[in-house]
Design a binder for this molecule. Structure first.
Ligand code: ADP
Ligand code: MG
Length: 257
């Protein structure tokens, strides 16, 4: 049997009286795209915060490539190979697209590209090399972003900001990448381009897995291998979208909104 890329077992977190994530089990296989869906406030982003080490679970386990990473701090989890984007944008608006991606590399660079960027004379050669790698990465991910690589991130429209965040997350060469509502602020055309970007990235990186929180049912129907549904902190369904969407519990969760 192949080892799962990410294994979440009985994961829970409590905020005072609220159990925001309750006994969630989740398996993400290598080279798989798994979408997490569910109503607003169901606990999807909190689940990402638990997996990426922003919150410590009250109980349960998170394993990456068979290694127990439960309770590790976020920077260590990032270095171990889990990258993510956030529901709200976290780009450096005053830096170019290339420099934003260079910063994404620093979780894997020994001497710290961030440091080099702030003090250019100290490590100019390393920085030049990092900028070349960032440029190449942008080119391979999205021809659209590549054409805009010298623009300031602050000047980008919303859809491009989302795509740049994915590029930056990929710069750390993760094993698992988690996207929190990547299509928010996108129209259908942008969403189609996003899906094409994800497919291109997957084709070039065997073994890389995606965990994607998504509300756009066009994307959910077309992109993932599997879908898991979260409602009131619990996983209520897991399987092919075509089957999951017909389950009464899933329909109730959405109608109840
Ligand atoms: P979703 O991403 O599915 O819309 P969230 O994971 O953001 O939902 O939120 C799930 C629940 O957990 C919500 O009721 C939210 O208010 C609560 N929650 C999330 N983070 C915290 C926190 N740090 N403190 C208290 N409650 C929180
Ligand atoms: Mg959320």
């Amino acid at each position: 049997m192949t080892r799962s890329a990410l294994q979440v077992t009985n994961l829970s977190i409590r905020f005072g009286g609220l159990v925001a994530v309750a006994d969630v089990d989740l398996t993400l296989n290598p080279s798989e795209v798994l979408c997490i869906i569910g109503p607003n406030g169901a606990g999807k982003s909190t689940l990402f915060n638990l997996i990426s080490g922003i919150y410590r679970p009250s109980s349960g386990k998170v394993e990456l490539d068979g290694r127990d990473i439960t309770g590790w701090p976020a920077h260590r989890i990032a270095a171990a190979g889990i990258a993510r984007t956030f529901q709200s944008s976290r780009l450096f608006n005053d830096l170019t697209l290339v420099d934003n991606v260079v910063i994404g590399m620093h979780t894997r660079t020994r001497s710290g590209v961030l440091d080099a960027l702030l003090r250019p004379r100290k490590a100019r050669a390393e920085l030049t090399e990092a900028a070349e790698r960032a440029t190449e990465l942008i080119r391979s991910i999205s021809p659209h972003l590549y054409a805009r690589r010298h623009m300031l991130a602050g000047a980008l429209p919303q859809a491009d900001r989302r795509r740049l965040e994915i590029a930056r997350a990929l710069a750390s060469e993760p094993k698992v990448i988690m996207l929190d509502e990547p299509s928010s602020g996108m129209d259908d055309r942008d969403t189609d381009a996003l899906m094409a970007d994800v497919r291109r990235v997957m084709a070039e990186r065997p073994g890389l897995s995606f965990l994607i929180i998504e509300h756009d049912m066009r994307l959910v129907a077309a992109l993932p291998d599997r879908v898991a549904v979260i409602d009131y902190g619990r996983k209520i369904a897991d399987g092919q979208f075509a089957e999951v969407r017909l389950m009464p519990r899933v329909q109730e969760a959405y109608l109840g909104q």
